[in-house]
Design a protein around this ligand. Structure first.
Ligand SMILES: Nc1ncnc2c1ncn2[C@@H]1O[C@H](COP(=O)(O)OP(=O)(O)OP(=O)(O)O)[C@@H](O)[C@H]1O
Ligand SMILES: [Mg+2]
Length: 149
């Protein structure tokens, strides 16, 4: 999905990395148990930076880094545990399932998946889908799918 409308109230401009962090932080503050967050967008669009904000918004001071191939990063010091995935290098759904995907969903913490659009069928109903995009000198844009409803 491409972001087309520029003045949509649900499209946010993120001018700096700090604004991406802050956007994620506010999102994280509002997440409840069992929330699943899909972060989509090109390489370098800001998905990990947003994830750092989400973890912070949940009240954890842990240092967040991009998940290593095949590993889920867990952050447990906040209001809810966070399970952070990156599917960029995953080649099949089976690889994801073998990481214990269903068990992480059952934890009823917060699940964040970068590159979730690689395997959209694995994402449960109720997933919040966000699309980040490079916006030239303006930094980045982010939009939530279905955010206009
Ligand atoms: N709004 C913004 N304006 C300018 N730079 C930004 C913005 N948000 C994030 N960045 C910067 O973009 C770079 C890439 O960000 P990040 O690693 O979060 O991207 P990513 O989407 O996770 O990439 P990947 O697909 O490789 O996982 C970082 O240096 C980050 O600080
Ligand atoms: Mg990343």
């Amino acid at each position: 999905m491409r972001i087309e409308k520029q003045e949509d109230e649900h499209l946010k401009r993120l001018l700096t990395p700090e604004e991406t962090f802050e956007w994620g932080r506010v999102l994280g503050e509002g997440l409840g148990a069992g929330a699943v967050v899909a972060l989509c967008g090109d390489l370098g669009a800001g998905k990990t930076q947003a994830s750092k904000g989400i973890v912070s918004g949940l009240g954890s001071g842990e240092v967040v880094s991009s998940p290593t191939f095949g590993l889920v990063h867990e952050y447990v010091e906040g209001r809810l545990p966070v399970f952070h995935f990156d599917w960029y290098r995953m080649e099949t759904e089976v690889e994801v399932l073998n990481m214990g995907w269903d068990d992480y969903l059952d934890e009823k913490g917060v699940v964040i998946v970068e590159w979730a659009d690689r395997f959209p069928h694995l994402m449960p109903e109720g997933t919040r889908w966000f699309y980040l995009e490079h916006a030239g000198e303006e930094g980045r844009r982010v939009m939530e799918e279905g955010g206009a409803r």
